[in-house]
Design a protein around this ligand. Structure first.
Ligand code: C2E
Ligand code: CA
Ligand code: CA
Length: 746
């Protein structure tokens, strides 16, 4: 699992990587932007300068035209002045003729007044301007200054625009008229020309220009602007200026483009072009950047997926090598560990300790699956605690564990195994109930050749031996143990095959009435009809079969075959009153299932179950009691086998209400020599009699035995003195022979 720091570093790396991808594109964009802005700025500045120059030029031209027009007007006026100077005594008619002549010339002059001695006398055209006649400049407030200035300066004075007395607006150009006669100059008066403002403006092109124009004349104060044409606000719009100085008046013309500065400086095309250039530079880089980025994204994604896959694989790997319940490594892990052992260069020895819980099945049965799980988990944690840091504890199946440990000294392996067994002998609390589970262990370690192939098998054999020795202990694997165990294992495998091949058959040993010696029954005793070794007695295979858990199957098999033979004998007219079969403890518990017995066909009282006294009848489960009850209800007799050898309380045995007690042959055989054994048999007979229980004696080897047992009060005799166990065919011949000999059969 990556830590959060690793994740952070990874993310930071990805982020920086992403940035690095775009670094050239970002740089190019920045450079392009700077170039663009500079070029734009420069271009703008140049356009602005151009525009200003153009505006300045236009204003200058307007000023020139204004000046030309004004000068023209004044020159026309001076033509009249010259006329008056030549003819100071001219009359009104002459003045009118001269004026009319002058005004024929296209100009902006529209009215010409003559004021000899500063009082207006004539006005041309007279019509409409009559009001002005008689105006005295010396007393007229509005016109006094201008008139005086003209007279005193001997120069032309241009005023206006002013409101005209006769109405409207106009500029007034005043020309002083002096008459020169030889040496002296005398002031004649003023000749004034009214210049048509509108016409002057339009003739000068002010009305058609595409500029906003403001014309000002110097005012009284320096700051104030005396704007008489146009909007004064133009002066605040950073206008271009041109001066108009005619000597008799100075005007300033200010102009800005009508639509404002820069409106014609069309930057769009330039900007588009520049933008296109920038884009042409940047776009491919961006594109390349985005390609690189998407590639990087893909790579990052792939890496993520790869690491996801890796994690998933690791997870699967972990799961495949571990047991989910205890989280211990599992059997596969052990296999790998052993496989990798060949690659190890170290010279230390590998040891395996095979541990198996002794009473796991019982806890599982009594406390359920959850209880079983608890036991396994507690066991796992105890194993973890007891082993060394370099040791590995594994759960290789059900309640089987293996501890792998290394070292030079086998003593350490053995002592670890003992520690484990001791540790696991402590009861385990399951749902508040103390369960004595216990464990057995088998130890095996690498031998000289270093081969580990048989290590687990050897540990298993040692474990097997530990179990056989009585559980709750640890055994070490030895060669002898190996041989024996291998033989036992081989035998077990063979028995399994024998059961499948029907090689297990019942032999029958007859039982006889103690007085009449007629056959009262047979005991079925299992034999292995071995294809090579001939007929094998139970001692040669039964314990191994029982260890493997097949005794139940064998008992069932013997019962079925026995009933079959009984039917066969009946059919052959050969009456055997009763057939007895041995029932193992394992089998008895199973027989609680009524259906199995009910499916069997037999007559009541003709079947008997022999139960070993050593099967503890005390404190047995309800299933056991039910089983006994079931057996009895079906009309099957219960007989206690090997009576007198076990330690069961006689009272508990009697509680089972058996039909018969079978005195063990260990007790029967010595009766010929031992009076105490005879007394023992006698007391057993006494018990039986008091409880109405028949007494059977087995191991009746001689007729002497037979007569003593009869005297002691036994009912049934079984032993070599009468007959050995035999096959069904042999028994049939035996029966027939006795019948022929006139002996009682049944
Ligand atoms: P068991 O039930 O006490 O059976 C009697 C054993 O005593 C038989 O040995 C029999 O052959 C032997 N025997 C009979 N008469 C004499 C005698 O006069 N002298 C001596 N020394 N022995 C005599 P077997 O057949 O080898 O059986 C041994 C034991 O195996 C049986 O003891 C019984 O506990 C067990 N067994 C046999 N067959 C079965 C079976 O089908 N199921 C189960 N669960 N156990 C069986
Ligand atoms: Ca028996
Ligand atoms: Ca017996």
């Amino acid at each position: 699992m990556p830590t959060s720091l690793e994740k952070l570093l990874h993310e930071a790396g990805t982020y920086l990587g992403r940035r690095a991808t775009f670094a050239p594109a970002i740089l190019a964009t920045v450079v392009a932007l700077i170039v663009f802005v500079l070029a734009d700025h420069q271009r703008q500045a140049r356009l602005n300068a151009d525009e200003r120059a153009e505006v300045a030029e236009k204003i200058t031209s307007l000023a020139a035209r204004l000046q030309t027009n004004l000068i023209g007007d004044i020159m026309l006026l001076q033509g009249i002045v010259a006329g008056i100077a030549v003819n100071p005594t001219m009359d009104e008619a002459e003045y009118a003729r001269l004026s009319a002549q002058v005004l024929q010339t296209p100009s902006q002059l529209k009215i010409i007044t003559a004021a000899p001695n500063l009082v207006v006398r004539w006005v041309y055209p007279t019509h409409g301007n009559e009001k002005v006649i008689g105006l005295d400049y010396r007393t007229d407030k509005q016109q006094h200054d201008g008139a005086m200035a003209a007279r005193n300066s001997h120069n032309i004075v241009l005023v206006g625009p002013i409101h005209l007395v006769q109405g409207g607006e106009g500029f007034i150009a005043r020309t002083p008229v002096y008459i020169t006669d030889g040496r002296a100059q005398t002031f004649w008066g003023l000749l004034s020309g009214v210049i048509d403002v509108e016409k002057l403006y339009s003739d000068s092109g002010l009305t058609t220009t595409d500029l906003d124009i403001a014309i000002s004349s110097p005012a009284a104060s320096a700051n104030a602007k005396n704007v008489f044409y146009g909007d004064a606000s133009i002066l605040d719009r950073d206008p271009m200026f041109a001066s108009l100085d005619m000597g008799y008046g100075r005007w300033t013309i200010a102009g800005t483009p009508k639509s404002g500065w820069g409106s014609h400086n069309n930057m769009t095309v330039f900007r588009l072009a520049a933008g296109a250039v920038c884009l042409a530079v940047v776009a491919p880089m961006l594109w390349a950047g985005s390609l690189a980025r998407s590639r990087q994204k893909t790579i990052v994604k792939l890496r993520e997926r790869e690491s996801d896959l890796m994690l998933a694989r690791q997870d699967m790997e972990y799961q495949s090598l571990h047991d989910p319940l205890t989280e211990l490594p599992n059997r596969r892990y052990l296999d790998r560990l052993l496989a990798s052992e060949y690659l190890r260069p170290e010279r230390t020895l590998l040891s395996l300790i095979h541990v198996d819980l002794d009473a796991f099945k019982e806890v599982n049965d009594s406390r359920g699956h959850a209880g079983g799980d608890t036991v396994l988990r507690v066991t796992a944690s105890r194993l973890r605690d007891v082993i060394g840091p370099d040791d590995v504890a594994m759960r290789i199946g059900g309640d089987e564990f293996v501890i792998a440990t290394r070292g030079d000294n086998p003593k350490a392996f053995v002592s670890l195994a003992h520690s484990i067994v001791r540790e696991l002998s402590t009861p385990i609390l399951v749902d508040g109930v103390e369960c004595k589970v216990g464990a057995s262990a088998g130890v095996a370690w690498q031998r000289e050749n270093g081969n580990v192939a048989h290590l687990l098998g050897n540990a298993d054999l040692a474990l097997y031996e530990a179990k056989r020795q009585g559980r709750g202990q640890a055994e070490v694997f030895t060669r002898k143990l190996g041989d024996a165990a291998r033989a036992t294992k081989k035998l077990g495998d063979e028995i399994e095959a024998a059961i499948e091949r029907n090689e297990l058959v019942p032999y029958f040993q007859p039982q006889f009435d103690v007085n009449t010696h007629s056959i009262v029954g047979v005991e079925a005793l299992v034999r292995w009809d071995h294809p090579e070794r001939g007929i094998l007695a139970p001692a040669q295979f039964l314990s191994v079969a029982e260890e493997r858990g097949w005794s139940s199957a064998i008992d069932r098999l013997v019962l079925q075959r026995s009933l079959f033979e009984l039917t066969r004998w009946d059919a052959a007219g050969m009456y055997v009153p009763r057939i007895s079969v041995n029932v193992s403890a394992q089998r008895l518990v199973e027989l609680a299932n009524r259906w199995e017995l009910s499916s069997l066909v037999f007559q009541r009282g003709r079947l008997c179950f022999e139960l070993l006294e050593s099967i503890s009848f005390e404190g047995q489960s309800a299933a056991f009691q039910a089983s006994i009850q079931n057996v009895k209800e079906l009309g099957i007799d219960i007989e206690i086998d090997d009576f007198g050898t076990g330690h069961a309380s006689i009272l508990s045995l009697l509680e089972l209400r058996p039909r018969r007690l079978k005195i063990d042959r260990q007790i029967v055989m010595p009766i010929t020599q031992s009076t105490s054994q005879r007394r023992l048999v006698s007391s057993i007979v006494e018990i039986g009699r008091s409880q109405n229980i028949e007494i059977v004696a087995e191991g009746v080897e001689t007729m002497e035995h037979a007569s003593i047992l009869r005297d002691l009060g036994c009912h049934v005799l079984q032993g070599y003195a009468f007959a050995r166990p035999m096959s069904s065919e042999e028994f049939m011949r035996f029966y027939e022979a006795r019948k022929q000999a006139g002996q009682h059969v049944a």
